[in-house]
Design a protein around this ligand. Structure first.
Ligand code: NAP
Length: 208
């Protein structure tokens, strides 16, 4: 990722395994960009997700390339390989610190799934992380955000101000379901951008 040259004051950082990226992720990122008036959203595919040791993930390079293909048509979206290039587990606190150094003074919004944020109290240096940025918890309609705030409330005052909820109906699409469909030979058309669908077919991903 290049060091920022222009003034970027509100930055979205879209964290996820993206195995593979799909329309739910893209709708969530675009919704957050619009609602929070973000200058841009940087997608950061996790290199080695710390909570998934031993999981049979697609190669990090493939997940990075698929993310690039998916965001190509949106001038407000970028993809970064920082977590893939960094050795060891992909801790979010290290990523946010890195981004802050690249964009001094920027207000950072870390966007990810509400279920992932529900586990935030188990993440590395959570107190420091919570002091560095805001969080956007993307969820399906009907998700109990009050439960999430209750859990994180032990760590920070007013978690509902620090962790913003965002309902995203398109998140009915899930990477797990897409992988299962490919494995079973079912269609994944209209669940993710066509270039990503073509990439999965060309590289024969998720067939096992
Ligand atoms: P996950 O546990 O695989 O995902 C939990 C749920 O959130 C799934 O329903 C998932 O749907 C959804 N989700 C994931 N990323 C999303 C996104 N960007 N937008 C909307 N929904 C999303 O979570 P994960 O993808 O591995 O991790 C999420 C982020 O948290 C990553 O950036 C990861 O590095 C970070 N994290 C950090 C630590 C740490 O620092 N110790 C620990 C855990 C996670 P899909 O399966 O359809 O994506």
């Amino acid at each position: 990722m290049r060091k920022s040259t222009g003034r970027v004051c509100k930055l979205g950082v879209m964290g996820g395994t993206f195995d593979p990226i799909h329309y739910g992720h893209l709708v969530a990122a675009e919704g957050a960009r619009e609602e929070l008036a973000l200058d841009k959203v940087i997608f950061i595919p996790a290199g080695k997700p710390p909570h998934k040791p031993g999981h049979d993930l697609a190669d990090a390079g493939d997940r990075y390339l698929m993310t690039g293909l998916a965001i190509d048509s949106n001038i407000f979206f970028e993809v970064s390989s920082i977590e893939i290039d960094r050795p060891g587990p992909s801790y979010t606190v290290d990523t946010i610190q890195f981004i802050m150094n690249q964009y001094p003074g920027a207000e950072i919004y870390f966007i990810t799934g509400a279920d992932a944020i529900l586990e935030i109290i188990t993440w590395k240096n959570v107190e420091r992380l919570l002091s560095l940025c805001y969080f956007v918890a993307a969820s399906r309609p009907g998700y109990r955000l009050d439960e999430l705030w209750e859990k994180v409330g032990a760590f920070i005052q007013c978690p509902e101000k620090k962790i913003l909820g965002m309902e995203v109906p398109a998140l009915a699409i899930s990477s797990t379901d897409i992988r299962r469909r490919v494995r079973e030979g079912k269609t994944i058309k209209y669940l993710l951008p066509e270039p990503v669908e073509e990439y999965i077919a060309k590289k024969k991903l998720y067939r096992r």
